[in-house]
Design a protein. Structure first.
Length: 238
């Protein structure tokens, strides 16, 4: 792939003497959705947290044509990277609107909140409601909206469909597809391989910390190994 927004080369992350990720090389071009699929415990969240700077890593991480290896998390956010973590990590006692505004505290200029409300009308309806009282789908929308408040060039999503009802999952993935049209690059981590491969342009398969397959998402969706491991009845989790 060319014109990459994010380029990760030979990335390794260790917990003590255990290698959670080994030799991972991925690229995310501007304006595309790239997904990393794999079983629970394969190292997917570890990969995202290393790119975000939350976890120490070895290897090369370039963003927008420059190395960000030595940058702290705050500087990576300022450079244009936002992460929506698996557990969403909202401030439950604060209102929807206050949670959103916290996402923009490092960004100059206004108008972002109106764009988020246009993207997620349900959040506008509940702007005075405490985040902790929202449904699971609404909490996921709020977590995504808060990340978008920072006006990212790269949005990283960690298991956005986790624990959500099938109809809500469909809605979340529709929104993800719409975001691509705005030019935001998206790195999507998912166990729901079927939904991820339907929305993504390119895909990687991560197994026990290593990239074992990669290619256009439509090609991987037809690969017998992917079908057997992730798209069979046993892999249809949602």
């Amino acid at each position: 792939m060319s014109g990459e927004m994010l380029s990760v080369g030979d990335l390794a992350v260790s917990y003590g003497k255990v290698d959670a990720v080994r030799g991972a090389t991925i690229e995310v071009p501007a304006g595309q959705i790239v997904t990393v699929i794999g079983a629970n415990g394969a190292g997917k969240s570890t990969l995202l947290n290393a790119i975000m700077g939350v976890l120490p890593s070895r290897g090369a991480i370039d963003f927008g044509g420059r190395s960000i290896n030595r940058l702290p998390v705050e500087a990576r956010v300022a450079a244009g990277i936002s992460l929506v973590p698996e557990k969403r990590e909202l401030f439950g006692t604060m209102t929807v609107e206050d949670n959103l505004r916290l996402g923009a505290f490092r960004v100059a200029g206004g108008g972002a909140i109106d764009l988020v409300y246009a993207r997620f009308p349900r959040l506008r309806e509940r702007y005075r409601q405490a985040a902790g009282t929202l449904s699971g789908g609404e909490r996921q929308m709020l977590a995504m909206g808060r990340a978008l408040m920072a006006k990212p060039r790269l949005l990283m999503l960690d298991e956005p469909s986790l624990g959500l009802a099938p109809l809500i999952v469909k809605d979340i993935f529709r929104i993800i597809a719409e975001l691509r049209a705005t030019g935001v690059a998206i790195l999507l981590i998912e166990q729901n391989a079927r939904a991820a491969l339907q929305v993504a342009d390119y895909a990687y398969v991560l197994e026990t910390g290593e990239i074992t397959l990669e290619g256009p998402a439509a090609t991987l969706a037809d690969d017998p190994r992917v079908i057997e491991s992730y798209l069979g009845l046993g892999g249809h989790r949602y």
